[in-house]
Design a protein around this ligand. Structure first.
Ligand SMILES: *Cc1c(COP(=O)(O)O)cnc(C)c1O
Length: 413
């Protein structure tokens, strides 16, 4: 048995991981052009519009609108559906708070579907079990860059006559049966935050083919101001200012040219990691179904406690000592989303239980711990292996060797 580095043995990873820069000449040129134009307001500028056209074309969609964040994008998408307060939105029990912010601001009531224990995506059967007369929409989350089973979700939405929103914040360029996610539902949201495959610091995108939704998206981005030349300003519903600036648009414009290659690289490295880890007893890598082309935003790795005789934090500390960065108990968010205090305490708004419990809305929903066992279990028995598109195949092989070494050491006799 090899001595673990944490116990004084030699460590597996001796060469530095591949690195690189996300921004280069293309981004600089775009930003300087925006500044030189002397206009940073998206309505009068060219950068946001150019970026929107590029994205719409890449995805084969009619409309794309830039906005200030992925959270804003989800909020805009939901608001465009014009659901009355009190309607329920079914989403994943493992997601970013950004999936929920817009739900709550629209006074919609979230319902959380449990996940598949192998691929960590929201489960179609669990979703359908939550559909009632109160359901207003289904918000699917393509978690960790892995498409959900879209045939199943499209079918559920159609049979129940429900709009389908896709949260693609983690799933740039991911494909389901060869088709981009974000093109299946009524409307889709993307994020350009720092952690996502591409970024402009903060930013978001909304994609749709529906003319009626597009009209509302444009208004909801911008205080319900109709920016059509000559239009009379007369807001008729509540809308925030979620504008994307020309500076964000400029950087996003350059980043969009790179995103397919970035995702292709991550897909190749991720699939190599899956194949490597599959060979290790007691380690269950992120399961990638045959239908999926995945972008590996996260790489969730399960440790089977029946085979590996050590808790996740110790396993991860040993892996760190081998020179492999990792994040114990890190699926998106660090705990099942409904365990956040805001849901446990029903405290979205001060001194109010809106929209969770309200006589006016006819709502009374709470989220008891244990509600989604697969989601809660995922945070107990997994760790994330972060990697970037700059890693090399050698880096991936070193990760596999290190995980194998630690797993062998803690293998139950
Ligand atoms: C990142 C993320 C968001 C929110 O995007 P921001 O740009 O951070 O506001 C929404 N949903 C999911 C699934 C995300 O990962």
């Amino acid at each position: 048995m090899e001595e673990l580095a944490i116990n004084g043995g030699p460590k597996v990873k001796e060469t530095p991981f591949g690195t690189g820069k996300r921004f280069g000449d293309a981004e600089k040129r775009q930003v300087l052009e925006a500044l030189d134009s002397d206009i940073l307001f998206y309505v009068f500028g060219t950068k946001v519009h150019e970026m929107e056209s590029k994205m719409a074309q890449m995805y084969g969609m009619t409309y794309c609108n830039g906005c200030s964040s992925g959270t804003a994008a989800v909020h805009i998408a939901l608001a465009s559906l014009q659901l009355p307060p009190g309607k329920e939105v079914i989403t994943s029990s493992v997601t970013d708070m950004g999936s929920l912010t817009g739900v709550l601001y629209q006074q919609l009531v979230p319902r959380f579907a449990d996940i598949d224990p192998e691929n960590y995506n929201m489960d179609a059967a669990a979703t359908e079990a939550l559909v009632t007369a109160k359901t207003g929409a289904i918000l699917v989350v393509h978690h960790a860059g892995l498409p959900v089973d879209m045939d199943a979700f499209v079918d559920i939405a159609q049979r129940h006559h429900l709009p389908l929103v896709e949260d693609c914040a983690q799933a740039w360029c991911a494909k389901y049966k060869g088709q981009h996610v974000g093109t299946f539902g009524d409307i889709a949201a993307f994020s350009l935050n720092h952690f996502k495959h591409i970024t402009c610091g903060s930013g978001g995108l909304v994609l749709t083919n529906r003319d009626d939704l597009e009209d509302l998206v444009k208004l909801f981005v911008d205080k319900c101001y109709d920016r059509t030349p000559g239009a009379i300003r007369n807001p008729y519903f509540l809308a925030p200012n979620y504008q994307m600036s020309e500076l964000q648009g400029a950087v996003a414009n350059a980043q969009l040219d790179k995103v397919a290659d970035i995702v292709a690289q991550r897909n190749e490295l991720g699939m190599r990691l899956v194949r490597g880890l599959e060979e290790i007893e007691g380690i269950i890598p992120h399961k990638i179904p045959d239908y999926a082309y995945a972008g590996f935003f996260l790489f969730v790795t399960r440790v089977d406690p029946a085979i590996i005789n050590t808790p996740i934090p110790e396993f991860c500390a040993a892996l760190t000592a081998e020179g492999i960065p990792n994040e114990p108990k890190k699926v998106t968010g660090g705990m099942a989303t409904y365990l956040y205090s805001i849901f446990q305490n029903r405290s979205a708004f001060p001194q109010s239980t809106l929209p969770f419990a309200s006589q006016d809305l006819g709502s009374d929903v709470s989220y008891p711990p244990g509600m989604c066992p697969n989601a809660e279990d995922a945070f107990e028995h997994t760790f994330n292996i972060p990697f970037t598109e700059f890693y090399t195949e050698e880096d991936i092989d070193d990760i596999v060797r290190a995980v194998g070494k630690v797993a062998a050491y803690y293998h139950r006799a």
